[in-house]
Design a protein around this ligand. Structure first.
Ligand code: FO1
Length: 307
């Protein structure tokens, strides 16, 4: 049994590689970037994983459904409504269904499970919590939701801090915690460490569950050299006084992680990561195509399953 702690765009390639080589996969999904818009509950990272595993993800954008139209968005714009968040028409159907089910009393995890089954996905996809944990970005223009910072303001404001609101009281999803405890290995996907993985680690029960089996926890660096694999990781890390490097990410994960995988081209920094108490492994971590996704998945399983 393998569990992945994941975000969205940065994580989906490895999640897909793992799903191709094992039937016993649990994905614990980030909820920090979920947002209510037009009365609908939108869960970008959950949806990216669902669409990615269903084979309908728009690979170029890294979110939304491939070939989607934007007629509703066009009409919203014509009507003078806010249109800064590009919701596709088919994507909207998912948000309509999810919101209706939420209002009918289903939990986010029940709804996500229903959606993945309907799309023929065998991996379990579990939101980290059914409660609301919201990533808020403190900026020189005031505090704003992550989507307002990243999409509406195009990441232009200066980042001063990051908060995962609700994380102190959020109840972790029991099935997600159980998956961590029972898994042969837990993988932290190569995602934005702060905004994609941070909200899950901010829930203390997840941190404790990972400490408990850190020898079997492996994080894949989302950074090669000084370039982030995806997203505005650099800005968030700088705000937290973390070095923009694989070592900076390792420091952020700290005691939750016992094993860390970096690119072979980053050999020189391996000793600084070992000093954090982690085993360091080097391989090709850039997943340019499906073969590379599977190759990395196989590498991880071969290295860490029996440790
Ligand atoms: N990202 C953008 O940069 N612009 C968008 O208009 C946008 C719309 C959007 C709609 C649905 C969805 O699931 C994701 C969407 N994203 C968009 C991606 C999203 O903002 C972030 O990349 C994630 O939340 C971070 O993982």
């Amino acid at each position: 049994m393998i569990t992945v702690i994941s975000g969205g765009t940065g994580s989906v390639k490895l999640v897909r590689g793992l799903a191709a080589i094992t039937d016993d996969l649990t994905v614990i999904s980030n909820v920090g970037d979920n947002i209510w818009l037009y009365g609908l509950y939108i869960c970008p990272d959950i949806d990216t994983i669902v669409y990615g595993l269903a084979g309908i993800l728009d690979e170029k954008r890294g979110w939304g459904i491939r070939g989607d139209s934007f007629n509703c968005l066009d009409q919203l714009e014509k009507s003078g409504a806010p249109s800064w968040f590009s919701l596709g028409d088919r994507d909207l159907a998912m948000h309509l269904i999810r919101t209706q089910m939420l209002k009918g009393g289903d939990t986010l995890s029940e709804i996500t499970d229903e959606m993945r089954k309907q799309l023929g996905i065998s991996a379990r996809i579990i939101p980290a919590t059914d409660d609301q944990v919201t990533t808020m970005i403190g900026t020189d223009k005031g505090k704003m939701h992550l989507q307002e910072f990243w999409v509406k303001n195009q990441a232009r404001p200066q980042v001063k801090g990051i908060a995962f609101e609700g994380s102190e009281t959020a109840m972790p999803n029991k099935k997600a915690l159980h998956a961590i405890t029972k898994s042969d290995m837990v993988i932290i996907a190569p995602a934005n460490p702060v905004s994609s993985i941070g909200p899950t680690l901010a829930v203390k029960e997840f941190r404790h569950a990972l400490y408990g089996k850190r020898d079997r926890v492996v994080a894949v660096s989302p950074i090669i050299g000084d370039s982030a694999v995806s997203g505005p990781a650099v800005k968030y890390m700088k705000a937290l006084d973390l070095e923009n490097s694989p070592a900076g990410v390792a420091k952020y994960y700290g005691k939750s992680v016992g094993n860390y995988v970096i690119s072979g081209s980053d050999s020189a920094i391996a000793p600084s990561i070992r000093r954090l108490g982690m085993n360091v492994f080097e391989t090709d971590i850039l997943m340019k195509n499906k073969q590379a996704e599977i190759r990395l998945a196989r590498y991880l399983v071969a290295r860490f399953r029996e440790r």
